[in-house]
Structure formats: structure tokens, C-alpha cells
Design a protein around this ligand. Structure first.
Ligand code: ZN
Length: 276
């Protein structure tokens, strides 16, 4: 998504912004007038991502931070294209070229305008300042992350999902990474060797890189879609959503267990629960 946006809007200057539904800017506490006023006339300097967070870096050190929720889509559309049924925010540009539209049926997603702050050499919206670098970040420190993970004294999967430790790993990517590293989701982090902790982080990075690669193939030139990774979900998952199906490595039926109001999928033979 970030790459798609980058191609279409970096270097362009925002003109007027229309908020069609107040929920889409509910995290911008000063309201629609302030939101649109702060964006008008700002140039898009860069598109940025950290973990699951996406933002536009704008002139004068502010950021437009996007939360896409479960169903949010960002579309690049010619201004003449009819409005989508669930259009929530329209961003027009001074060049009168294609506009950016936020379409969200369930309205869980939205935006806020935030100040950029500098944290460890990176310019971040202040709302994202506590989020750790993700493994794709060129300055991601794998050795420090391994050490921090082993100090956590929690279940391994909880640590992988902790966005202040390492960002970008969600429930699906965590299950896939644990299967690749042959580790049970409940493994106490303090019992992991540094080599094994590094292995599961590397596996998570590989899963993310493969998903990003496949998401890229479904980009339409004028269509940036949060669900661009669906091809990956269909074909590449070894354990997530595979309950009862044979493990690709050993043939044992994949099992599902409840985990933090969601599920953990794993192979009971390849990923043994640690003895207590
Ligand atoms: Zn197995």
C-alpha cells in the first residue's frame, strides 16, 4: 500500500479535504475544521510505514496518520469517478490530478493529523513514537531485539505480537513464523536460546517479506487496496486457518487453541509444548 501511495501522491500538494463521516476522523480530537485546515496547502514529502502504521509525511513537519481498521481502503481515483458508497474522506490535490479517497464500510479506520517527533534518528508521528522498528526497517537491530525478547518473561507469541518490542507481526504472521521455527506459541521466552529467538524472528521476517512480495503483484495502477495480500492468504499459509489439515512437514493434523480472544494454530508434533 505504501509503495502504491508513494508512486501516486509523493511530491503533490493537498488542496481541499472533505470529511464525509465524522467517525473517520474521531481520533483527530480538534474536529473536522482543524483537520482540513491543517492539511490544505501541505506537500506530501514522503510515504512512511512502521509495523502496521502508515502515514504521509507532510511539509512543515506534520504527518497524516492512517488507521485502516478492518475494512478501510485507500483508493487513487480520477476526480470524475463517481463517489463510492462508503466514501468517508476525499483528499484533493492542487494539480487537479487523481484524488485520494478513503472508503470504509465499517468505519473502524480513520485519520489524524499529528506532529512529527524524532525518536532514535527516525521522524515519527507522536502517536507512533512507542512503536518499535519492524524487521524490514534498514536500522532494525536484530541482536538487541533478541535480547529484549529473552528478557520479557512471557509466552513467546505474546512477545512476538508486542508492538513495542518488534512491530509488524500480527496473529497470522506469528503463527506461521512459530511453525517455521518449530516453536510452541506458549513457550516461555526466558527459556529460549539466543539462536532460537533469532530463528523465530528471521522466520517472521521471511513470512512478512513473502507476503509483501505477493501483495505487490495484485496492485492495479490506480487502485491501492488494504487487502492486496489476499493471494498470499489463499496459497501460502502452513498453519493459520488450517485446523484438521495435515502439517506440510510431518502430516500430523494442525490444531487450534484459543489465544487472547483469537486463535493459535500449530502442529502438535513439530511444535511441542514446553515441559513445565
Ligand atoms: Zn508437523
Amino acid at each position: 500500500m505504501r509503495l502504491g501511495l508513494d508512486e501516486h501522491i509523493t511530491g503533490r500538494t493537498l488542496s481541499d479535504v472533505e470529511v464525509h463521516h465524522p467517525r473517520a476522523i474521531r481520533r483527530h480530537l480538534l474536529g473536522a475544521g482543524d483537520f482540513t485546515g491543517r492539511l490544505a496547502g501541505r506537500k506530501v514529502v514522503a510515504t512512511q510505514r512502521r509495523g502496521k502504521y502508515l502515514w504521509l509525511e507532510l511539509s512543515e513537519d506534520i504527518a497524516l496518520l492512517a488507521h485502516l481498521g478492518m475494512s478501510g481502503q485507500l483508493l487513487i481515483q480520477p476526480s470524475a469517478a463517481p463517489d463510492e458508497q462508503h466514501l468517508r474522506v476525499r483528499f484533493r490535490f492542487a494539480d487537479d490530478g487523481p484524488e485520494l479517497r478513503f472508503v470504509d464500510q465499517r468505519t473502524f479506520g480513520g485519520f489524524l493529523v499529528d506532529d512529527l517527533v524524532t525518536i532514535e534518528g527516525a521522524a515519527l508521528p507522536s502517536a507512533v513514537a512507542h512503536i518499535a522498528r519492524d524487521p524490514m526497517d534498514p536500522r532494525f537491530d536484530a541482536r538487541a531485539t533478541v535480547a529484549a525478547l529473552r528478557r520479557k518473561r512471557t509466552e513467546l507469541k505474546r512477545a512476538l505480537l508486542d508492538q513495542t518490542l518488534v512491530s509488524g507481526i500480527g496473529n497470522i504472521y506469528a503463527d506461521e513464523a512459530l511453525w517455521r521455527a518449530r516453536l510452541h506459541w506458549s513457550r516461555p521466552t526466558e527459556t529460549l536460546s539466543a539462536a532460537k529467538a533469532a530463528e523465530v524472528l528471521t522466520a517472521a521476517t521471511d513470512v512478512m517479506r513473502e507476503a509483501l512480495g505477493q501483495g505487490g503483484t495484485s496492485f492495479d495502477a490506480l487502485y491501492v487496496n488494504v487487502n492486496g495480500q489476499s493471494g498470499y492468504f489463499d496459497r501460502s499459509l502452513a498453519v493459520y486457518g488450517q485446523e484438521g489439515l495435515p502439517c506440510r512437514r510431518c502430516g500430523t493434523a494442525i490444531r487450534r487453541e484459543p489465544f487472547m480472544n483469537r486463535s493459535s494454530y500449530f502442529c502438535p508434533r513439530c511444535q511441542r509444548r514446553a515441559r513445565t
